[in-house]
Design a protein around this ligand. Structure first.
Ligand code: PEP
Length: 287
């Protein structure tokens, strides 16, 4: 029932502002409560394989956002080549973000895409620090920090992904790993900038494995992450920052995860490629 209170106060806030749309969030006044508005996001990774499949999937997902959908931000992080067509397909009902960005603005960086390129085609969000980028592509905390700083500098928003490996989890190092990744990833980001930063806690052992963290485990790390944010910034900033859970979220697990006090949303990989499954996740139910 976590969102019942939210909805009541949000309704009061909304009544004094323009009518709500999923994209309208970015024009809304910032209050602590508003800042923790639920956020359901999908990460398509290296999928789907054709433009037409991307259009069809984006359309089907946007159709799942209806007047009965919980008051939440919905976003899809998609491959660069599909950004513009996905934006057209969702017709403003879903935010479309990039799966990454180059911290450099121009020059000899073959294959890279800059923040200004993204901004020029109407993209305002990008992922940074996804474990697949850290592990497979060797992106360091310093590189990830550069991505965050560049996006913020250009007035854009970033979803910073953090999370421990299975070995680190077994060694009880989840909090310590998250602290390092947060402190390094957010270096140079101010308290005010944090209104454009969302954290996605994604235990590496749960990504793409079908091993979703239990709501209790996820909540306990989310609480730690919020404490770390309070340590880096202050309690108010920590309370206002959205922390999403990612790692094998499904229609079966979303409701209980979303009921946890420190879980503000989800970053969904595999299930975001199935419109029926992702549609159910977008339409999570309060338990
Ligand atoms: C992800 O890629 O961020 C992710 C959480 O993937 P999955 O949901 O498939 O575990």
């Amino acid at each position: 029932m976590k969102f019942a209170a939210y909805s009541l106060v949000a309704a009061l806030v909304a009544s004094t502002t323009a009518a709500f749309t999923t994209t309208g969030y970015f024009a809304r006044p910032s209050t602590v409560l508003d800042a923790r508005r639920p956020f359901i996001s999908g990460n398509w990774k290296l999928n789907p394989q054709t433009r037409q499949e991307a259009v069809d999937l984006a359309k089907e997902i946007s159709d799942a956002v209806t007047s009965d959908t919980p008051d939440a931000d919905v976003a899809l992080f998609v491959p660069y080549v599909f950004l513009e067509t996905a934006m057209e397909a969702v017709d403003g009902k879903v935010q479309i973000g990039a799966e990454g960005v180059c911290p450099e603005m121009a020059g000899a960086f073959t294959g890279a895409v800059s923040a200004s390129m993204l901004k020029s085609v109407g993209v305002s969000w990008a992922l940074a620090g996804h474990s697949e980028r850290r592990v497979i592509f060797g992106e360091s905390d310093e590189y990830i920090n550069g991505q965050c700083l560049k996006l913020i500098e250009l007035g854009m928003s970033v979803m910073l992904c953090i999370g421990e490996s299975e070995l680190e989890y077994n060694q009880n190092l989840a909090g310590a790993v998250c602290a390092v990744q947060l402190k390094k990833g957010l270096a140079g980001i101010s308290k005010d900038d944090m209104s454009r930063v969302v954290i996605a806690y994604e235990p590496v052992w749960a990504i793409g494995t079908g091993k979703v963290a239990t709501p209790e485990i996820a909540e306990s790390v989310h609480k730690k992450v919020r404490d770390i944010l309070a340590d880096i910034f202050d309690q108010e900033t920590a309370e206002a920052t959205r922390i999403l859970y990612g790692g094998s979220v499904t229609p079966e697990s979303v409701d209980e995860l979303m009921a946890q006090p420190d879980i503000d949303g989800a970053l969904v990989g595999g299930a975001s490629l199935d419109a029926a499954k992702f549609g159910r996740i977008i339409n999570f139910e309060s338990v």
